[in-house]
Design a protein around this ligand. Structure first.
Ligand code: NCD
Length: 356
């Protein structure tokens, strides 16, 4: 059976730790004995990307494999009205060993995974999740702190439309974070579907609006940019950005071993004056992109094939998902499917949103 990596819950904690251990070995130049000669990766990037696409590409090249790239919906037959399902079925018949997909619609990589013969990796779907960035984030935290549990982590900025913080919050909760501080303006709050999952994992979550109010308590501060391209035109983007920016003065109050992370690209929330602070680790974090993805690819095409993947009970619903950016609303042949949660809650199998 093929394995996909579409959401962070597709991998167990044991599997994630295995990937982090393999990453450590790769970084110490003990590249695992996989033979990737003749293996081919297809990058399908339907949204802009620098880090994710290039680090996947370099990871595959370093493993000895080959890469094909498609960038932009307009360069494909999707722009002629082809369905995602047909495209996935067609390209997976061309001999690629796996597909990496980034798409603006939430749940789109799941549709590709459902229709492709080969493993599919989500490289970011709209505002939903970015599970491979989460592996990079966890790797950096573990490198710097030595562990992933009992941490006080501040996630700051655009918690609503930023996908990295969704998969990261879920992973941190699964690894036993002490407290997750969700720091952002009311307009950009952490979505309910993530908060519900954190509550189910019995994680202490504190929502607040100021970085300064908690900076002295944090072990990790993870900043994100306001996702201007996903915001309503009426929202004053610059004012939001100014309200959630870090500066040197604020860092005087922070712990000596605070870890400052950012998935990048940054805008004004993370000024260059912070770069020289020894606690700033966002460039080493970005450097981890290649070895983490090397580890992920080698394990997904290797011993992970035996694993189970997500164990969820889904029901086919008559209702449609209420998230306007969910793939099920844009690819009408996809049957709405929901995960059954405690308290009679249903969450969309594709984009995670709760059905109220
Ligand atoms: C992020 C993304 O694409 O979600 N970047 C990344 O992959 N490292 C963050 C962002 O665009 O703000």
């Amino acid at each position: 059976m093929k394995r996909d990596f579409v959401v962070i819950d597709d991998f167990s904690n044991v599997e994630i730790m295995d990937i982090l251990r393999t990453t450590f070995e790769i970084k110490n130049r003990n590249v695992p004995g996989f033979d990737f000669q003749g293996k081919r990766m297809l990058n399908l990037f339907f949204e802009p990307s620098t880090r994710t696409r290039l680090s996947f590409e370099m990871a595959m090249l370093q493993l000895g494999g080959e890469v094909s790239n498609v960038t932009g919906i307009e360069s494909t037959s999707l722009s002629k009205g082809e369905s995602l399902a047909d495209m996935a079925r067609v390209v997976s018949g061309y001999g690629y060993d796996f597909i990496v997909v980034r798409h603006p619609l939430e749940g789109a990589p799941q549709v590709v995974a459902d229709n492709a013969w080969v493993p599919v990796i989500n490289a970011g779907d709209g505002s939903h999740q970015h599970p491979t960035q989460t592996l990079v984030d966890l790797c950096t935290i573990r490198d710097c702190k030595g562990h992933l549990n009992n941490l006080r982590v501040g996630l700051a900025g655009d918690l609503c439309y930023g996908r990295t913080v969704h998969s990261l919050a879920i992973a941190l909760a699964r690894f036993g974070a002490e407290t997750i501080f969700c720091i952002g303006p009311p307009e950009l709050k952490m979505p309910e579907w993530v908060l519900e999952q954190l509550a189910r994992l019995q994680t202490s979550v504190i929502q607040l609006e100021s970085i300064e109010a908690v900076i002295d308590r944090l072990d990790v501060l993870y900043l994100t940019r306001v996702q201007k391209e996903r915001l309503a035109a009426t929202i004053d983007y610059e004012a939001l950005q100014r309200a959630y920016s870090l500066n040197k003065e604020m860092l005087k109050k922070a712990k000596g071993d605070l870890l400052i992370l950012h998935p990048l690209p940054r805008t004004d929330e993370l000024p260059r004056e912070v770069d020289n602070d020894p606690r700033a680790k966002y460039f080493p974090q970005s450097d981890n992109g290649v070895p983490v993805r090397m580890a992920l690819i080698s394990m997904l095409l290797g011993k992970m094939e035996q694993g189970q993947g997500r164990q969820q009970k889904t029901v086919i619903g008559d209702e449609r998902c209420l998230n306007p950016r969910c793939v099920t609303l844009h690819e009408p042949y996809v049957k709405p499917e929901f995960n059954c949660l405690p308290n009679n809650l249903l969450s969309c199998f594709y984009c995670g949103h709760l059905l109220h």
